[in-house]
Design a protein around this ligand. Sequence first.
Ligand code: MN
Ligand code: MN
Length: 470
Amino acid sequence: MSKEKKSERKEKLFYRQKNGYDLISEKERRLCEDYCQGYMSFLNTARTEREAVREGIRLAESKGFVEYKPGMPLKPGTKVYSSNRGKALLLAVIGKKSLAEGAVIAAAHVDSPRLDLKQVPMYEDNEICYFKTHYYGGIKKYQWLTIPLELHGVVALRDGSVVDVCIGKDKSDPIFQITDLLPHLGKDQRKKSSAEFVPAESLNLIIGSIPDKEEVEGRTKLAIMDLLNKKYGIVEEDFLSAELIAVPAYDVREVGFDRSLIAGYGHDDRVCAYAELAAILEQDKPEKTSICILADKEEIGSEGVSGMKSRAFERFVGDLCDTQKVKLEHCFANSLCISADVCNAFDPNYPEVSEKRNAAKINYGMGICKFTGHGGKSDSNDASAEVVAHLRRVFAEKNIIWQMAELGKVDQGGGGTVAMYMAERDIDTIDAGVPVLSMHAPYETVAKLDCYMTYKGIKAMYEETTPAEK
Ligand code: MN
Ligand code: MN
């Protein structure tokens, strides 16, 4: 500790953040640990949006949630979920108050950056068989070279049946890999910028190398196709209607001698998805209706039928409103949405990209972003000061450790979330979530304390009883 003289005036007047470990009790540390074990197991299970939705439904059903059916009776305490095509999930616990008074909504996404297989993925080159990929979301391509990759997804067949694929997760399975150039011959490669030295069309997965016994052109491809046909009953044409995804074959692990951090693939944004899921599963009869969204397609702009721009959200909440004879627009106008998404954690290895007074730090709690976007706040939801004040009030009452966060220096870059698409619906929305180190890398890192505080923060919002000032 510094020898600085204690000044009561300074204590009173200055805003000072504290490391969460200076604030948290022993009892809370144990709760944090329990919570994080649950999260780690969720993340290990959910490597794709489809798997996150499946696991979300399993957890919800174990807590008494039932699948929503139009017209079913809804009363305070009714717990329902609705899967949007198996790729996004909506959950609600009906509150004691009318939906005319609004709902408390938490919206996270369960898709993460990765490599999708192309629709005609298979080819042979120099007797090695490959899958061609098309990257999904914002990745640094070089990070995906030489790492172990698993294949997850579905092959939808012409007869309407769907074949599930998951290869590499089981330790006895093979993994897949993209090669890199050896440094000995990297003279020209080293001169290129990192954006150039891995062309997207070179992100090709090795899938086999033993040629078929039949003396034909494409012998290796024939042998692999034969294996796939025997195991999955598919022929090459079936890839046309497949969604196969290569994700890092890394187990979720604790990081550091003190095990304070968690490394895993897809913290963005399954760490917030799990937080809001865990929070809504504990709701019994909240004042206002609690709504939880696990959205798809955030990483490519929230587009598509399963993304946050989709009217599947209106369909679900509109149905809930209809049963109470409430106009959906009035429910939205009185609702509050936590856009639960990760933010960038200040990285002491790269201090130059952040502005330290406004950067989120690991172990300083849930990160609140009043705005995201880039440049002069373009493409941003800029939450109102009144909304921030409302959060301050609730978080102070419930001892939530939280901090303000901004994604890097102004004009350094930027990013977006689902927040602006919620705000466009006339819903007061604010971004809040877990600060992440190495965001969008195949293996990202978060701090346990921040994961736990994000869950606690969302839970506090679901359970708050003071009305938001309009
Ligand atoms: Mn995200
Ligand atoms: Mn992201």
